[in-house]
Design a protein around this ligand. Structure first.
Ligand SMILES: Cc1cc2nc3c(=O)[nH]c(=O)nc-3n(C[C@H](O)[C@H](O)[C@H](O)COP(=O)(O)OP(=O)(O)OC[C@H]3O[C@@H](n4cnc5c(N)ncnc54)[C@H](O)[C@@H]3O)c2cc1C
Length: 402
């Protein structure tokens, strides 16, 4: 993909940002510090950027966007699945609209391919109707149940008795989106400081003292008026560093791995849209589905497996499960077509067998932590929601600064 944006660190001529590079100047103060440069932290940075504010984004890896934000399906969701009134529902629907506008306006690669949730038995049609009702309640655009005949016309190689068609679902070049957010943040003078792992947070009279480790270069500290925790898979640990009891607050994450298998042997061209099964009731994911990327490559995934640690290896023994899950809807798939590709890990608040949980995005003043904004459990649809999350957080920031 040709992305017109490339993040360039801001040119610093006033020494304004030099403090983060120079450990001897440990007493400076920033207005806003964002922990984590995934798509969410970057979107927030782009939104709160202002030449009148000193804002830092701290990222422990050598570059932004190397964790969950580059290990996902790349789908712009329409907002079908989430409970009515939830942040997931509202921010997904708003995010879908905002992302498509951004992509159109700024040349970020995307395609509104549309998606079909396919019923393979008559019993599943009732679930399609429920999903349609829920999606419409959430504001998802253009949802329509189509018959077997209409499905055959749209996707002759897909097997099903009916489907829910979502025309506003699409796919996006997420690396380009992150470059765009980072470039916007850079335009606003924000420095994205990589190789900076937050290892300590202490509440002080006018904000937070943040301690940062720079590999073997040692540690340094500075204070910030507002601290925004966008640490993805580590957001519960960051909340704890600040002094919040993650278990009592209900912030403890459960890691839920999702693997992908590519579909080779020239089968990619046999479907034109994203094809999903009817999700399990109380399920942890959307079911193994077909995603296409902007080059038209097809892959299956992600499955759901709760894990104790972060390990992105794909277990090739799961191929059988992928094959059987996909074969019902996609009879053209053969076992030999599948190859392990990659995996991502969902930062879930919902533990195994538990009810679905919403995003937590809140200013923690009422817990005794004024100026601390936590973003916890930003799993799917976090990519879709990123520009809407950024607006939501910017409003919290303005309220704090008022
Ligand atoms: C399998 C899978 C499929 C998905 N599919 C979709 C999809 O199709 N559509 C969709 O909308 N969403 C999807 N999602 C969800 C989406 O990918 C996430 O919601 C989104 O990427 C979260 O972004 P983030 O910035 O919150 O987290 P991350 O990308 O994880 O970024 C957090 C950053 O914080 C940094 N960090 C952590 N601790 C520290 C520290 N102590 N100091 C400094 N930095 C730190 C990390 O290094 C990381 O870069 C999917 C997720 C998964 C796992």
């Amino acid at each position: 993909m040709n992305c017109p944006y490339k993040y360039r660190p801001p040119i610093v001529d006033s020494g304004r940002h030099s403090e983060l590079k120079d450990n001897s100047k440990m007493k400076f103060k920033s207005d806003i510090t964002i922990i984590g440069a995934g798509v969410v932290g970057l979107a927030i940075a782009a939104q709160v950027a202002s030449r009148n504010r000193l804002v830092y984004v701290l990222e422990k890896n050598e570059r932004f966007g190397q964790e969950t934000s580059s290990r996902h399906s790349g789908v712009i969701h329409s907002g079908i699945y989430y409970p009515e009134g939830s942040l997931k529902a509202k921010l997904c629907v708003e995010g879908n609209r905002l992302l498509c506008e951004l992509c159109r306006k700024h040349g970020i690669g995307y395609q509104k391919l549309g998606k079909l949730i396919v019923a393979t038995s008559d019993e599943e049609i009732t679930q399609l109707e429920e999903l349609q009702g829920r999606g419409q309640g959430n504001g998802a655009q253009g949802l329509k149940i189509i018959s077997r005949h209409e499905l055959n016309k749209l996707e002759p190689n897909v097997n099903g008795v009916a489907a829910l068609f979502s025309p506003s679902t699409g796919i996006i070049d997420s690396p380009a989106l992150m470059e765009y957010f980072a470039a916007r943040a850079g335009d606003g003078g924000i420095q994205i400081a990589c190789h900076k792992k937050v290892v300590g947070i202490e509440k002080v009279s006018d904000g937070y003292k943040v301690t940062v480790a720079e590999g073997d270069r040692g540690k340094f500290s500075f204070t910030t008026r507002i601290l925004i925790n966008c640490a993805g898979l580590y957001c519960d640990e960051i909340a704890e560093l600040a002094g919040i009891d993650a278990d009592r607050a209900g912030y403890r994450l459960h890691y839920c791995k999702g693997e992908y298998f590519t579909v080779g042997n020239g089968k990619s061209k046999l479907v034109r849209r994203l094809i999903y099964p009817v999700p399990e009731v109380k399920g942890t994911g959307l079911g193994v589905h077909v995603t296409l990327d902007l080059e038209g490559r097809m892959r299956l995934g992600p499955n759901t497996e709760y894990v104790d640690s972060i390990d992105y290896a794909v277990d090739s023994r799961h191929k059988d499960y992928f094959y059987k899950s996909a074969k019902k809807m996609l009879p053209f798939i053969e076992y030999e077509d599948l190859e392990p590709e990659m995996a991502g890990i969902r930062p879930k608040l919902q533990g195994p067998g538990e009810d679905v949980r919403d995003f937590v995005i809140r200013d923690e003043s009422d817990k005794g932590f004024p100026g601390l904004i936590n973003l916890i459990g930003i799993e799917s649809p976090g990519l879709t929601s990123s520009p809407a999350i950024a607006r939501y957080v910017a409003r919290l920031v303005e309220n704090i600064l008022r």
